[in-house]
Ligand binder design. Sequence first.
Ligand SMILES: NC(=O)c1ccc[n+]([C@@H]2O[C@H](COP(=O)([O-])OP(=O)(O)OC[C@H]3O[C@@H](n4cnc5c(N)ncnc54)[C@H](OP(=O)(O)O)[C@@H]3O)[C@@H](O)[C@H]2O)c1
Length: 261
Amino acid sequence: VVELGEGVKHLKVGQRLIGSSQKYGAFAEQVIVNAMTVLPVTDDVTDTDAANLMCAHGTAHHALKQRAHLKKGETLVVLGAAGGTGIAAVQIGKAMGARVIAVCSSQEKLEMAKANGADELINYSEEDLKERIKELTKGKGANVVYDPVGGEAFAACSRAMARNGRLLVVGFASGTIPELPVNLALVKEYSLVGVFWGQFVMHEPMVFMQNMQELFAWYRDGVVRLETDEVFPLSRTGDALAKVMNREVKGKVVVVPDALL
Ligand SMILES: NC(=O)c1ccc[n+]([C@@H]2O[C@H](COP(=O)([O-])OP(=O)(O)OC[C@H]3O[C@@H](n4cnc5c(N)ncnc54)[C@H](OP(=O)(O)O)[C@@H]3O)[C@@H](O)[C@H]2O)c1
């Protein structure tokens, strides 16, 4: 903390915190953040791990807990399962007692998902996603789908949902925002559920804090672990973004101010 806004009493100058800069962007040495949505970080957590845990795991946790109400024994399909939020969803899905089917575009990414707890693997570059989900669920379909990818993968999943299922709309990494023929939701009696972690943090700061406490406890107990693909200096932010855009990242990339490296 460099400086506190008027009326902020629960924080101190010099304190080490994590926060998310929803409004002003975060590719900077200093940012202004909402004092209600920052958390103290203890010395046993590195800067890289703290940055990694907050957004990706925070999103997957909120999606599976508050939005999907994922239950023990349910089948969870995770698209882009070796990506930042995807690998977090695999780990958190297992922590919540689900059977996790990881979906990735390469064998290397699938192996990483498996090492992070995935029970079943689908390579959607080579296999028919809808048919494989149906096979692996004995024709019933998925109880919950976590979709940060969109496009054709969303379309396949929208036809492989179980009755009372929850199809989570998390992001559109494929670049295509899909459309849903809503008769599918009617005939299968499933729900399409939007996820927007940034809105959740702003509107429900107390629940967000409870989530983060649970996540840090899981982190300390080894229930969730952080996969940092590469750490980039701030001056090479463009290279970090290019790696994401080229679909080369496994886990997260983290950008750190040059002076701290
Ligand atoms: N709703 C929210 O609150 C929230 C919060 C955080 C992030 N997001 C959004 O969720 C999306 C995913 O975030 P993330 O951190 O998981 O990203 P990420 O680490 O880049 O992972 C996305 C995954 O999408 C897959 N993918 C498919 N087509 C792709 C393409 N053309 N380019 C890049 N990746 C592609 C890749 O897996 P395969 O190669 O295995 O297909 C990749 O691992 C982003 O759009 C992000 O903005 C939303």
